[in-house]
Design a protein around this ligand. Structure first.
Ligand code: GSH
Length: 241
């Protein structure tokens, strides 16, 4: 990657859909400006920030990644772009490249995004039964975790991971597992998912990811009252088997 590249990540000052980008760029020693956008108490400053496309990009959502004169929206597109720019695609054969892309997509869409949606559920879906939504979330999450666990074993992910740099898929999967831990307060355990449990502990990026979070502790989402919303979710999980 040329040394003169100027990179800015515009994202809210939360973990959400952006922390894994911060984690990956940090782990890979890529200098970037971490534009952490602070929302006020009721998020009322967002419309003005949103309308500034130099920050929010063509799709007026975050994250938006500024890479020299280009601004990129859409997490999966941003991640594919970074993977290419870091030169990682060139390190992987075609089959492995596709595996990385599939794992990135599934970790983001099937594991991480549902945590965010659950935390926001009663705001985005007024009148929703949070306990029932949480029970459905838990069942589906456990199914996805079992699938990803089996797939990592089949692909020999843990062994392959030792011989290469930390890549996009690792960063997203690690963040998804950590977000699940916080969202579920330990009620969805990795104990039965050996490959995932080993990955979570032994991923070579884990120390960097944890250090970054310790340095700048953040809520998972920008939902007002996230702590209280999580307490309701945890209580709901306590009453499911
Ligand atoms: N499809 C987009 C979704 C991005 C998204 O929903 N971002 C949220 C923050 S995590 C956002 O910008 N919300 C404000 C809004 O939708 O107005 C992606 O994958 O990047």
């Amino acid at each position: 990657m040329p040394a003169y590249t100027e990179i800015t990540l515009h994202y809210f000052d939360v973990r959400g859909r952006g922390q894994f980008i911060r984690g990956l760029l940090t782990q890979r020693d890529i200098p970037f400006s971490d534009d952490r956008i602070k929302l006020n108490a009721n998020n009322s400053n967002w419309p003005e920030i949103r309308s500034n496309r130099a920050v929010s990009g063509d799709f007026q959502k975050l994250p938006a990644l500024q890479w020299d004169d280009m601004i990129i929206n859409e997490v999966l597109v941003i991640l594919a772009f970074i993977q290419e720019k870091l030169g990682d695609n060139a390190q992987l054969d075609e089959k492995t490249r596709i595996q990385h892309a599939m794992l990135t997509s599934s970790a983001f869409l099937d594991l991480l995004t549902p945590c965010i949606n659950l935390i926001w559920c009663d705001i985005f879906h007024p009148g929703t039964d949070v306990a029932e939504t949480t029970a459905v979330f838990k069942r589906r999450l456990q199914m996805h975790l079992a699938t990803v666990n089996q797939t990592l074993q089949q692909w020999g992910w843990l062994n392959a991971m030792k011989d290469r740099e930390v890549m996009v898929a690792d960063a997203v999967l690690w963040e998804a597992l950590d977000m699940i831990r916080l969202t579920c307060n330990g009620k969805v355990s990795l104990d039965h998912f050996e490959a995932l449990a080993t990955f979570y502990d032994a991923c070579p990026g884990a120390t960097t990811f944890q250090q970054l979070l310790a340095l700048k502790p953040s809520t998972i989402t920008a939902r007002p009252g996230e702590t209280e919303a999580l307490a309701v979710i945890h209580e709901s999980l306590n009453s499911t088997d």
